[in-house]
Design a protein around this ligand. Structure first.
Ligand code: ADP
Ligand code: ASP
Ligand code: MG
Length: 429
């Protein structure tokens, strides 16, 4: 584990504070004191800040009250305001403690992105203004989750939860010693502590497992932030802004998996929907035509299942999952291709969820699937879909069964702890 700076060694540290850590004026002052403490220890501090509390959701709701279908460009102009507000407020609170702090928008901080509004990717970071502010001994505050498009010069957002990604990308660009992600729990646990109170704290986890966890819905870290951290080898310390407990270090791990538990964590995801295409001709090329249609609409799919119907020979049903946000688009694209592909109808269901067990240990130990499915069966939970990777097994279940499935798997793999994990704040929205 990386030891946090000893007295006298000047480090460059990026600290990110999530929405629940800056929900109101008092919390902003509390965060200001934390940032100042790090500065007083002699370090260079760059802070990445999220919008206050549920501001991003509230701004989205507001946009939908004004317009049925707000243009993505304007939505990004609106949403980026949330992070700008908290950045300026935090700078004011730090100034009041007698320290120089300057806030910057993503664009001012040099976060250059693609032009995909709502889901832009960071192409490059040109942190000239940040480094010169650091040279002036200022504390730097950067509005998270935003950048500016290289081509259109418009303001973009990087996807929900992406302030984490801003922080790690800045840490890489600034060659920071490490990145600290402050949130409302004491780090990464073996499951979401909001669902499993006896989830176990993980002191250290490798990039690979953390990547699978984030990809499987464990929103404690944004997926692209973990991808970035792995690629650029940035050590990330996930910890609570409400306590001084050591958190979880996400970093390179040695190859000794022997000591590790078979399963490291159970993750869940409620953000996907299931689309079923009924009566697909059971012929060569049908599936390819369907997934070509979905790919052309630029929609990512996850789990797939195909059932050959026994009572209707020659036809099959194909189901797949995709983000709920893409359902309307997927259904529309498929309806357009209905005649060409020759299926009967397409139906969608948002009442589903995904539960995954993750662990590098499963590479070398057989029987994980049997144990996982056995635990679900004992809990009376029906598996609708399955997908796997080398270190993950995921199942699609009814939305109402998600919590029970997570708890059943957590217990079956011996992950339950006697200690209750603390959730300090946040609405879980
Ligand atoms: P922030 O506002 O700080 O970005 P998030 O709400 O995005 O915080 O992420 C923190 C939340 O992630 C926790 O409150 C917890 O409910 C959830 N979470 C999901 N899976 C895990 C896990 N395995 N370990 C810790 N937290 C998890
Ligand atoms: N405020 C943004 C969101 O709620 C980004 C973030 O918090 O990371 O998604
Ligand atoms: Mg987050």
């Amino acid at each position: 584990m990386i030891e946090r700076a000893k007295q006298g060694v000047k480090l460059r540290i990026v600290q990110k504070f999530g929405g629940s850590s800056v929900a109101d004026a008092e919390s902003i002052k509390r965060v200001a004191r934390r940032v100042v403490n790090t500065k007083q220890e002699g370090h260079e501090v760059v802070v990445v800040i999220s919008a206050m509390g549920d501001t991003t959701d509230e701004l989205t709701d507001l946009a939908l009250q004004v317009s049925k279908d707000p243009r993505p460009r304007e939505l990004d102009m609106l949403l980026t305001a949330g992070e700008r507000m908290s950045a300026a407020l935090l700078a004011m609170a730090i100034n009041d403690l007698g320290f120089d702090a300057r806030s910057f928008t993503g664009s001012q901080a040099g976060v250059i992105t693609t032009e995909a509004h709502g889901d832009a990717r960071i192409i490059d970071i040109t942190p000239g203004r940040i480094t010169s502010a650091l040279e002036d001994e200022d504390i730097v505050i950067v509005a998270g989750f935003q950048g500016v498009s290289q081509t259109t010069k418009d303001v973009t957002t990087l996807g929900r939860g992406a302030s984490d990604t801003t922080a790690v990308a800045l840490a890489a660009a600034l060659k920071a010693h490490h990145c600290e992600i402050y949130t409302d729990v004491d780090g990464v646990f073996t499951a979401d502590p909001r669902i499993v109170p006896g989830a176990r704290h993980i002191p250290e986890i490798g990039y690979e497992e953390m990547l699978e966890m984030a990809a499987s819905g464990a929103k404690v870290l944004h997926l692209r932030c973990v991808e970035y951290a792995r690629r650029e080898r940035v050590p990330v310390h996930v910890r609570s802004s409400f306590s001084d407990k050591p958190g979880t270090w996400v970093m390179d791990q040695k190859e000794d998996h022997m000591e590790k538990p078979l399963i490291s964590a159970v993750a869940h995801d409620r953000s996907e929907a299931k689309i079923t295409i009924v009566g697909v001709p059971d012929t060569v090329g049908s599936a390819a035509a369907i997934f070509d249609t979905i790919a052309e609409a630029d929609i990512n799919i996850d789990m797939i299942v195909q059932n050959v119907s026994t009572d209707r020979p020659g036809v099959t049903d194909i189901s797949f999952t995709c983000p709920q946000a893409n359902v309307a688009q997927a259904v529309e694209a498929l309806e357009e291709a209905k005649e060409k592909i020759g299926f009967t109808k397409v139906v969608s269901n948002e009442e589903i969820g995904k539960v995954s067990v993750i662990g590098v240990g499963m590479r070398t130990h057989p029987g994980v699937t049997a144990k996982f499915f056995g635990a679900l069966a004992a809990a009376g939970i029906n598996i609708e879909m399955i997908s796997t990777s080398e270190i993950r097994i995921s199942v699609g279940v009814a939305a109402k069964d998600v919590d029970r499935a997570v708890r059943a798997a957590h217990t079956a793999f011996g992950l339950d702890s006697d200690e209750e994990a603390t959730v300090y704040a946040g609405t879980g929205r």
